[in-house]
Design a protein around this ligand. Sequence first.
Ligand SMILES: Cc1cc2nc3c(=O)[nH]c(=O)nc-3n(C[C@H](O)[C@H](O)[C@H](O)COP(=O)(O)OP(=O)(O)OC[C@H]3O[C@@H](n4cnc5c(N)ncnc54)[C@H](O)[C@@H]3O)c2cc1C
Ligand code: FES
Length: 360
Amino acid sequence: MNPFVPIILIGVLLVITALLVVAEKLLGAAGEKRIIINDEKEIIVHGDDTVLNTLTNHKIFIPSACGGKATCGFCKVRITAGGGDIKPTEDPFLSQQERDDHIRLSCQVKVRGDVKIDLPEDLLGAKEYKTRITHIEDLTYDIKLVRFSLIEPDKIDFKPGQYAQVKVPGIDVIRAYSIASNPKDDHIVDMIVRYVPNGLATTYLHKALRENDKVILTGPYGDFFLQEDSNRDMICIAGGSGKAPIRSILSVLKDRGMPRKVKYFFGARSKRDLYYTEAFEQLAKEYPNFEYIPALSEPLPEDDWQGETGLITDVVDRLTDDLTEAEAYLCGSPGMIDACIRVLEKHKIKPEHVFYDKFS
Ligand SMILES: Cc1cc2nc3c(=O)[nH]c(=O)nc-3n(C[C@H](O)[C@H](O)[C@H](O)COP(=O)(O)OP(=O)(O)OC[C@H]3O[C@@H](n4cnc5c(N)ncnc54)[C@H](O)[C@@H]3O)c2cc1C
Ligand code: FES
């Protein structure tokens, strides 16, 4: 056989592949397409960018903590027509129920023809905010409070418990942080950020961010928020920076005279991981309905700790009665939340009364 035949075949295959890629680009990008939102609003699209980017360019802000790299799974939307087949990159994020409901990762769906999507009203309310940093405070050795004062728009409307996204200036990184402030202080957004070693956003927020810096936020987002029309007893469980949304929720309940019974468990390793202790102890003194239970899993000898010790799951298990009529609000690492839910279920909580944000 001619020794050049394999080389010629590979060359032909490469040319065909390149032609197919170019043809796909040209055909995909050609013509005018539409994104139809909730059968009401139409966006005319040229080119074949993703649904996520196209919506962002039209000031509709879908959560997207990984910037479209298919690693966060935040950008889910319901696509009722168009959008093509589910891509392998979407597979790990979609349950069977979500597939049946036509849920897709909007960062993976390209607008190659007309696309119909359903967006919940609250997502349509998310906005982009220009902000200025007006306060940075060390709460512990690895947790900071960061205050963003809104410039444009100068007010935000959010539910206590929801989160916003920070765009890290200079690098293509977006991360979610719960809003720790009271919704009535609608010209600021407080965030409580725990430093993650080598973490892109937290390294910036802890080491580089300065007062007066300008930062872009988007939001509000999330279905973790205080159920305002309920009067059930509440059990709140948080670890680390998970205190942030609970702080917002409790500030609203305090404004209303703490009308519901609240038991708040906070899990930390040792005393140096505790913060806002005095504020919550003061709240407990003022309102008999409110109980604050910090628990240390590894207290140091010098801590001289007289409070609860052990894993937060064990402490909750020990100090919790029947939860049939209670509501639970959980915030922290995915592992902590999964373990706490198992304990709450043991105490007969109803799954529909468990609300959580996993800080993954
Ligand atoms: C809805 C929601 C709300 C959140 N609210 C808050 C909040 O109020 N305060 C807060 O501090 N964080 C919060 N987070 C987490 C936050 O969004 C970031 O994931 C976290 O700050 C790490 O970002 P990074 O860019 O610094 O780290 P990355 O660069 O993303 O990660 C660096 C490395 O650290 C690991 N890693 C990432 N996150 C953690 C973590 N939390 N603990 C240990 N290892 C980690 C990663 O796997 C990776 O290996 C929230 C997350 C979600 C989804
Ligand atoms: S934006 Fe992160 S998965 Fe789509």
